[in-house]
Design a protein around this ligand. Structure first.
Ligand code: ADP
Ligand code: MG
Length: 455
């Protein structure tokens, strides 16, 4: 007879706890909700005063938190005779494969609903509306409320970093909240193409068509311009588009240009893109930039002083992504240095990133011009005049050279400051001075003295 060693194992009551709570919930919530939200959750564990539930993504966590946390906590209290708080352990979201095979760790029900990871920060609530994006914003809200209506397809276009992807995500999240049963596919056109190619290679076109033409209730494709020149994918997309639109299923597309300006896209597609509503996103104006900074700061719990917000909004004009990036960098710096996020810190950290303001530029160009004019004893106006007298042309070329070397200005910008000269004149001047400097000791001397004065 063999004796097995006695191992003093702690009893893991956790699975029992969660299964028991689940049973209770099953009695309390409607079957469809139970099946959607709770049935697939197989793991919950007690950690101190928390009941940690494993869910596949933040969306589900938020949903359960908003609608069911109290109920769960009550059941847990009853069962354990102590108060616990519901917490979530969120698995990394995974892209559902084209076929119906399951992704490990992600329950099937969730896969059906969430075909690609949404970015849960990109909601309508966190989107700041301004003059440049109000039509796009309103249209996106309309299609998430009434999908498949008048604005089908909805085509959003505009430059990089202006919120197209944000809006597309917001449509998906908002539609899903309103219509939890909807199968929403959100995908970039590149991924769409890759999936298509994989399916062609593996003879799985049936799966592909089933996914996009039959089961999708809403199709959101980001950056459609990447389909330019991809004939096979465009052909497939053409049929997908027709089938969805004919059966009043919503399509939303984004691109960096208007449909008619998209290179390499077939005419029949371009014209279809314009069948619904076209809305653009433009760079935000100053007030909107300030509002966006405040919104981002609030979301990330960064305390942002007014003067810092105004400074950033003034310096970064074209692109919201850069605006956000500057804020994040600043915040990282201030916490690394353990100092407050002040305007001085902002200037110190971000100084090199910015072009000097027009004011700063004019002042410095003028300084250089004044110094050079005095040195060569000619009038300031002569430096900018169109006349080619040698006495004036040489100092003018020196001044242009110094502007190019010391200010971050382009040739045309310098030309403008010298009485509207052509950029080729400035280029010629700079090259000439550079060449002369190699051989002309007097000029080397002149430049050295001038640079001492201006720099
Ligand atoms: P696009 O897809 O047009 O290149 P994104 O949607 O990726 O731009 O936006 C870039 C960043 O700027 C994102 O972090 C997004 O949240 C933010 N953003 C853009 N526009 C706005 C806005 N109006 N309000 C709030 N955030 C915005
Ligand atoms: Mg984008």
């Amino acid at each position: 007879m063999t004796l097995s060693p006695v191992v003093d194992k702690p009893v893991d009551i956790t699975p029992v706890v969660w299964e028991t709570i689940k049973q209770k919930l099953k009695e309390k919530v409607r079957p469809v909700n139970f099946n959607n939200w709770f049935k697939p959750i197989t793991h919950g564990e007690i950690a101190g005063d928390n009941l940690v539930i494993s869910v596949p993504n933040k969306f589900i966590a938020d949903w359960i938190n908003d609608f069911y946390a109290e109920m769960i906590e009550k059941e847990a209290h009853f069962l354990l005779n102590k108060e616990v708080k519901v917490r979530f352990d969120i698995a990394v979201e995974q892209l559902a494969p084209a076929s119906s095979s399951s992704t490990p760790g992600v329950p099937q029900t969730f896969q059906r609903k969430i075909s690609a990871p949404f970015n849960h920060k990109y909601t309508f609530e966190s989107f700041v509306v301004g003059k440049g994006n109000q039509l796009a914003h309103a249209a996106c809200q309309a299609v998430s409320e009434f999908p498949g209506g008048h604005y089908n397809p909805l085509f959003i276009h505009g430059g990089v970093g202006l919120g197209k992807t944000h809006l597309l995500n917001a449509v998906a999240l908002s539609a899903l909240r309103r219509h939890p049963e909807m199968k929403i596919i959100y995908i970039s056109s590149e991924k769409f193409m890759n999936e298509f190619i994989t399916c062609v290679q593996n003879s799985r076109m049936k799966d592909f068509r089933k996914k996009y033409r039959e089961s999708a209730d809403m199709l959101l494709i980001d950056d459609i311009q990447f389909l330019g020149g991809k004939g096979g994918t465009q052909e497939e997309f053409f049929h997908t588009f027709n089938e969805l639109r004919d059966s009043h299923r919503q399509i939303v597309l984004t691109a960096d240009k208007l449909p008619k300006e998209l290179p390499g896209i077939e005419e029949r597609l371009r014209s279809r893109f314009a069948w619904g509503l076209i809305a653009d996103v433009q760079p935000p104006d100053f007030e909107t930039r300030v509002a966006i900074l405040r919104e981002k700061a609030a979301i990330d719990k960064i305390s942002l002083a007014d003067d810092v917000a105004l400074y950033l909004a003034e310096k970064i004009e074209s692109n919201v992504r850069e605006l956000e990036g500057a804020l994040i960098r600043l915040n990282a710096f201030s916490s690394l240095k353990g100092s407050l996020l002040t305007i001085d810190l902002a200037k110190e950290v971000l100084h090199n990133q910015f072009k000097p303001t027009q004011e700063e530029q004019r002042m410095t160009v003028e300084e250089i011009q004044k110094t050079v004019a005095e040195y060569y004893q000619i009038g300031l106006a002569d430096l900018k005049s169109p006349r080619r007298l040698k006495n004036w042309a040489h100092p003018r070329q020196v001044a242009m050279y110094l502007c190019k070397k010391h200010l971050r200005l382009s040739f045309p910008e310098i030309g403008n400051r010298f009485g509207g000269k052509d950029h080729t004149t400035v280029m010629h001047a700079c090259r000439k001075i550079e060449r002369l400097l190699l051989i002309d000791n007097n000029l080397q001397n002149d430049i050295a003295i001038l640079e001492k004065t201006i720099v």
